[in-house]
Design a protein around this ligand. Sequence first.
Ligand code: TXA
Ligand code: MG
Length: 325
Amino acid sequence: MIKNSLTINEEQLLVAKEILELGGVVALPTETVYGLAANAFNEEAISKVFETKNRPSNNPLIVHIGKYNMLSKLAKNIPIEAIMLVDEFWPGPLTLVLERKEIVSDLITGGKDTVAVRMPNHPLTLSLLNQLEFPVVAPSANRSNHISPTEASHVIQSLGDKAPYVLDGGACAHGIESTIVGFKNGQPIVLRAGAISREQIEEVLDKEVLQINDNSELIAPGMLKKHYSPNTPLSIVGNIFDYVHVRSHNKRVGFIFFKKNNHQLEEYDRILTDNGSLNEAARNLFKTLYELDALGLDQIYIESIPNEGIGVAINDRLLRAATSA
Ligand code: TXA
Ligand code: MG
């Protein structure tokens, strides 16, 4: 049984490797969300990623590496704090924005003088990266501004005809994107909330770290307001029970509750976590949105999430996904 599944993985890896070596695009699993990968040293391949996602060319990409020594090929003047974070969190859901080296294409950086790099922590993808002679760019494998995919089927649901070969690595362990840390005047700064909380970063660096929320000048373009959106209108509400009456108006309405409660769940209702675990809620968030979005409802209401730990990243995504609050 185990031998069999290993063989399937090995075959899939071989296909993915060949496509990437030929300059093609492959969707692959990471511990955060599925990525849309292409050879980071091949500009034609990189262009295909933008095309497949319909992504604006000024929104830069994260370079994914499998070996530590690749970092110094891509980036220079790496601050000591960055090394401390690498030591603690790689492979894992931390992206570093660092001074780029010449080898990094303008297509990747959107013409900026920085490059974003991370080492993902998924056994299949790590194994693939370590078999390749080059790193890969990999934005989330959804069409631009749509919900990030946390399962192989989501990639197909989001990209439709444009979906490439998907390396199926199962459901993503974190279910929310990596935390992006950059440096301004030598000071670390969280540019995107993600699977690693600011508190975890502060603990490793033993100092306070700034977090940017909507500073449009410094901000990563992927932090633009409208993002991560389902096709169905989505509203975040404080008390979801205030909205239950909307159902009586003959509308097909879905409710997403943070945790289990006494409410009798109806057909379009979902809960993110049984016991109030923020990690479980993060894992289920995009999956739940994909599920309800596929039903073509008139409206989805979601309860706001406790704003601590990974809950900060969840609320950040919800605010960008919502049409009105
Ligand atoms: O967890 C993740 O990071 C996933 C998986 C696939 O690894 N990837 C991901 O990529 O979320 P994407 O493209 O959906 O989001 C990347 C973010 C964007 O907001 C982009 O603007 C920002 O990273 N970014 C990339 N390079 C940057 C740079 N040089 N400076 C600032 N922000 C950058
Ligand atoms: Mg994305």
